[in-house]
Design a protein around this ligand. Structure first.
Ligand code: IMP
Length: 199
């Protein structure tokens, strides 16, 4: 058990995305950990074939660079009829969210089976290049025939969560957090975080 004199551990989030940093800070707010963002100008090329590989790559590089523990995530949407696309290319599928959605809807036109899932891989690595924790959360769904809802970002308006029949963009923020791939990955990470931080 850590006592009050234990120094706080720094955890560098391997991302420049302020939304992600905020989410991680919130998630870890009750733990003795100082969540900081990666150094400006540093970027890791996402060359992995899976979400887990990319999360690993980012966590290892940032931990090596900063000499601190690093937490990285990688996420995206995989569609069965498209052999898993856009998958690890979700962010790079087209230039804007709107164009990515339109491209996916166009490519889905010939298919009846609209099964898909969102994944979020999380990895914590140490500066001596040890993988301390790795988890992957998923959320099963269907690709809607047209965008619905106004909340969220990315593919939210066309991803219908199986359990609710609503798209991510039709869910409230807390509801989405509770059932989303990222929410699930966070809850899978928590027991490991407790173990690592001895709290
Ligand atoms: P990355 O994990 O930051 O590399 O982002 C992957 C891409 O997947 C994002 O740019 C979005 O297009 C998409 N994505 C990841 N999570 C979500 C989500 O919760 N809703 C909608 N799109 C998402």
């Amino acid at each position: 058990m850590r006592n009050n004199d234990s120094p706080e551990i720094s955890l560098v989030v391997a991302s420049h995305n302020s939304g992600k940093i905020k989410e991680f800070r919130q998630l870890l707010s009750s733990y003795p950990v100082n969540v900081i963002c990666q150094p400006e100008g540093f970027n890791v090329e996402e060359t992995g074939k899976t979400f887990a590989e990319n999360a690993r790559l980012k966590a290892l590089s940032v931990a090596r660079l900063t000499g601190e523990w690093s937490l990285a995530d990688d996420s995206g949407l995989s569609v069965k009829a498209l052999a898993g696309a856009p998958g690890v290319y979700s962010a790079r599928y087209a230039k804007t969210d709107e164009e990515r959605i339109q491209r996916l809807l166009r490519e889905m036109e010939p298919f009846e089976d609209r099964t898909a899932f969102f994944s979020c891989a999380l990895c914590i690595a140490s500066p001596n290049q040890e993988i301390l924790l790795e988890v992957e959360g998923k959320c099963e769904g269907l690709i809607a025939r047209a965008p619905r809802g106004k909340e969220g970002f990315g593919y939210d308006p066309i991803f219908e969560v199986i359990k609710t029949g609503l798209t991510y963009a039709e869910l409230g923020r807390e509801e989405k957090q509770f059932m989303s791939h990222r929410g699930r990955a966070f809850s899978l990470l928590e027991p490991g975080i407790k173990r690592l931080l001895e709290v």
